[in-house]
Write a protein that binds this ligand. Structure first.
Ligand code: UDP
Length: 192
């Protein structure tokens, strides 16, 4: 996939369908992947924070999570095919994980929210294997990383909000040969 630069962030020219197919392939081949669904706030923050910008540059796929980015890219003459949101991608991957009995680790959100979505996921995606989960208000990061590693997940969904989630993933992705994706407030949305 080729890339286009929008205000300093390098976006992957990829549709929802292409990303999904690619991640399914990557997952089946046990590739280590880092997915960023970048909204305008993320792009603007990266412009002011070099460390965060360089972390974003280590992502394997960066999608336009917001119609403003798709429109901006078009105006700049470097069009992106469509909006690819974190929430939609999360739902598609949960469906895939359910179909293929993949192992998923859920990290982030408030304790009450994570408990609620785990119940929902057990109901709605019964074949998906919950490798583990933890709320996003932990003190000891290395304990969490060890727990993720020991659970050998195929997918790790990190809902710590930006920039925390991307920094966490970039730091720890090598601990598990998994697809890692920051999903922002998606757990809250899923909890309803
Ligand atoms: N969050 C977390 N730990 C933190 C900070 C935030 O788990 O230390 C969670 C928060 O509970 C929410 C999610 O991160 O579920 C996303 O938060 P927010 O909507 O503020 O971030 P954004 O969607 O803008 O990235």
């Amino acid at each position: 996939f080729s890339h286009v630069d929008v205000l300093g962030t390098s976006f992957t020219k990829i549709t929802n369908q292409e990303l999904l197919e690619q991640l399914e392939k990557d997952s089946n081949a046990h590739k280590n992947r880092f997915v960023v669904t970048a909204n305008p706030e993320i792009v603007l923050f990266a412009r002011q924070n070099k460390e965060y910008a360089s972390v974003l540059n280590t992502a394997d796929y960066t999608t336009a999570d917001g119609i403003g980015i798709v429109k901006g890219a078009r105006i700049l003459g470097r069009p992106l095919p469509e909006r690819v949101t974190g929430y939609d991608t999360l739902l598609s991957l949960l469906k895939f994980a359910n179909k293929k009995s993949k192992r998923v680790y859920f990290l982030g959100a408030k304790p009450s929210v994570i408990t609620k979505i785990i119940v929902k996921i057990r109901q709605d995606y019964p074949q998906l294997i919950i490798a583990g989960y933890h709320d996003g208000y932990f003190k000891n990061e290395s304990t969490i990383v060890q727990e993720i590693q020991q659970s050998s997940p195929d997918f790790v969904f990190v809902a710590l909000g930006f920039p925390k989630q991307e920094l966490f993933i970039a730091h720890h992705r090598n601990s598990s040969q998994a697809i890692w994706m920051g999903v922002g407030g998606s757990f809250d949305v899923l909890a309803g």
